[in-house]
Design a protein around this ligand. Structure first.
Ligand code: UGA
Length: 449
């Protein structure tokens, strides 16, 4: 079993890896510079909303395989492998901000043990060339006699499914030029049974950005088709089902709606755009992906404005604030963008979210937040469903209709579909549903709703 240190061990990615590697039997120290967070974690209290995390955290703390510290001297010297999982937020021009990575690499270098060899695993999403950057910083600060190698190992975790995705990866990507270091890191992953792709640093780094950009492109593609569906009288859910049935296209990430958000897609597409420009190339496709995404939220608000005869003074029940279901994360949330645009146009917002209300109280103090979904609809002119939480599919829509003063139901995620909403006497407006065709039975069953 390996002695691992996870730097950035209090964040989404770092905490996930710290806990999961301990679960696999390794001895893990999670390092975070936030001492209060470290205390909280050592008491078994997870600062992050993730399925299965509290239980796995508690179990591995109790087993003695996992502990947290804010002190590099207490974590790095004895580690065989150091995972670098600090954040890489966006600068205002889209470029990745590497300050946390630089600071972490400096401290890792300074605390490497002399006479020992340590592997540093770059997990953070970093622009192409980051492995050389990290290696250079570590070299500058490492004591004499310490040897080290850097391995690039991008992560493909989805928020809300972090532990699942770590323990059941579809592939593991390892980039590096030191075959022994790559083999040591590969051995950590072998028990998970996923294919391991070994490559050079730069290809590994680009795989991460290209994967996120491709998924974001799928979403913007279908949102562009949704726009066309509205004009031409077609239904985008049927079109998505029809194209997704081709295995070369695949059905996933073709849900039209108010667009993508979160801490990854907007940031990574922005950073890839900057990288493309920096390489002297024109990032036409990537720019279009971001533009279509922003437009998806604007169009939703404009639609609400038109259908309500103006948003000024209207009461809108906002269902869902998190950037997607299964998380309390509001970062770059399309729902938040919609809330802000509606508020600017004078709407009064009453919002519900099963997990994100505490974060929303800080971020959106001007929105009335309701623990109870039905409370949002009392006297509302419209419901705007922005995050597809399963709870909303189970809502009693007759009760909703009775509580509202208007009858408009805007489904920003094509989540409920027209049938249950119209059966409750409400007016349904989805995304890209320009027609109500007589559904072909085969396709209808492919797409549901
Ligand atoms: C994404 C990737 O899916 C992960 O593989 C990657 O590791 C991660 O970013 C990262 O770079 O760390 P995540 O941000 O958790 O994961 O969220 P997704 O589940 O991919 O959803 C992103 C956004 O796209 C959400 O706002 C979601 O509502 C939206 N979306 C997704 C759509 O609008 N339509 C779809 O068909 C699918």
């Amino acid at each position: 079993m390996t002695r691992v240190c996870v730097v950035g061990g209090g964040g989404y990615v770092g905490l996930g890896y710290a806990v999961a590697l301990a679960e696999l039997g390794h001895t893990v120290v999670g390092l975070d510079i936030d001492a209060a967070r470290v205390d909280q974690l050592n008491q078994g209290d997870s600062p992050i909303f993730e399925a299965g995390l509290p239980e796995m955290l508690e179990r591995n703390l109790a087993s003695g395989r996992l502990r947290f510290t804010a002190d590099y001297a207490n974590a790095v010297p004895e580690a065989e492998i150091v995972f670098l999982c600090t954040g890489t937020p966006s600068l205002s021009d889209g470029e990745a901000d590497l300050r946390q990575v630089r600071a972490a690499a400096t401290s890792i270098g300074a605390h490497l043990a002399s006479g020992r060899s340590t592997i540093i695993v770059n997990k953070s999403t970093m622009p192409v060339g980051a492995a050389e950057l990290v290696a250079g910083i570590v070299a500058e600060h490492a004591p004499q006699g310490a040897s080290y190698a850097v391995v690039s190992n991008p992560e493909f975790l989805r928020e809300g499914r972090v532990l699942h995705d770590i323990l059941h990866p579809d592939r593991v990507v390892l980039g590096g030029d030191d075959p022994r270091a790559v083999a040591t890191v590969a051995a950590l992953y072998e028990p998970l049974g996923a294919p391991i792709l070994r490559t050079d640093h730069r290809s590994a780094e680009l795989i991460k950005y290209a994967a996120n950009a491709f998924l974001a492109t799928k979403i913007s593609f279908i949102n562009d088709i949704a726009r066309l569906c509205e004009r031409l009288g077609a239904d985008v859910t049927i079109v998505a089902g029809g194209i997704g049935a081709d295995p070369r296209i695949g059905p996933r990430f073709l849900n039209a709606g108010i667009g993508f958000g979160g801490s990854c897609f907007p940031k990574d597409v922005g950073a890839l755009t900057r990288m493309t420009e920096g390489a002297g190339l024109h990032p036409g496709l990537l720019r279009a992906v971001l533009e279509i995404n922003r437009d998806a939220q604007r169009r939703f608000v404009t639609r609400a404005d038109q259908l309500l005869g103006g948003l000024d003074g209207r009461i809108v029940a906002l269902w869902g604030l998190a950037f997607k279901e299964g998380t309390d994360d509001l970062r770059e949330s399309p729902s938040v963008a919609v809330a802000e645009m509606m508020q600017e146009r004078g709407a009064q917002l009453r919002a519900h979210d099963p997990a994100a209300l505490a974060n929303a109280a800080r971020r959106l103090p001007w929105v009335t937040l309701c623990d109870d979904l039905y409370e949002t609809t009392r006297g509302a002119d419209a419901v705007a469903l922005c995050t597809p939480w399963p709870e909303y599919a189970a809502a009693d829509l007759k009760r909703v209709a009775a509580l509202m003063r208007g009858d408009l139901f805007l489904d920003g995620r094509n989540f409920l579909g027209p049938r249950p909403v119209e059966a409750a006497g409400l007016r349904y407006v989805g995304i890209g549903r320009g027609a109500r065709p007589a559904l072909d039975a085969g396709l209808a069953s492919l797409v549901g709703g």
